[in-house]
Write a protein that binds this ligand. Structure first.
Ligand code: THU
Length: 164
């Protein structure tokens, strides 16, 4: 028997002004996308912006629905659109942020498990790490170097039988 540790390291920036320009610009695009979210039930507007290796930026946000489970998170809306618009183009970075219409968000928003799983598949598919930038409406910004770090031991298509 042995024990193995799984580590996540997060770079913590005091605020968005400490970011390098490329990251700052991506975060601002995610914030603008959050402002366009359709979140009339939760009033929690999430925005994401994905920088692709071809230099394109795809933005998206959460889309809610009166049949609640039919809605979709910002990260998956954005990742699926990026992959449908530019198939075979790896994701370099994703910025995720939110606007909480009920109470100002003073700490970074982190993606749900289902969104991590979806992003993880693109990371594995392209064998290239996707950097993650997380922010609230103000305050600290967190940067993580890959999806694997926020979804260790993830499910992988390698587990599926041959032919998949
Ligand atoms: N939401 C996201 O867009 N991303 C996440 O990672 C978690 C939650 C959305 C879903 C729903 O529209 C609202 O935020 C409140 O849960």
């Amino acid at each position: 028997m042995k024990k193995v540790e799984v580590k996540t390291s997060v770079t913590v920036y005091e605020d968005e002004n400490e970011l390098m320009k490329e990251d700052y610009d991506l975060l601002m695009k995610a914030r603008a996308a959050a402002g366009r979210a359709y979140a009339i039930y939760s009033h929690f507007q999430v925005g994401a912006a994905i920088l692709l290796t071809n230099g394109e930026v795809i933005t998206g946000n959460n889309q809610e629905n009166s049949a609640y489970p039919s809605g979709l998170c910002a990260e998956r809306t954005t990742a699926f659109y990026a992959s449908s618009r530019y198939p075979n183009v790896p994701f370099l970075k994703i910025a995720i942020t939110a606007i909480n219409r009920k109470e100002k968000l003073t700490k970074p928003v982190t993606p749900c498990g289902a969104c991590r799983q979806v992003l993880s598949e693109y990371e594995q598919l392209y064998k290239s790490p996707i950097q993650v930038l997380l922010a609230g409406e103000e305050g600290e910004v967190w940067k993580i170097n890959s999806i694997a770090e926020i979804l260790p031991l993830s499910f992988s298509s390698d587990f599926l039988p041959d032919g998949n």
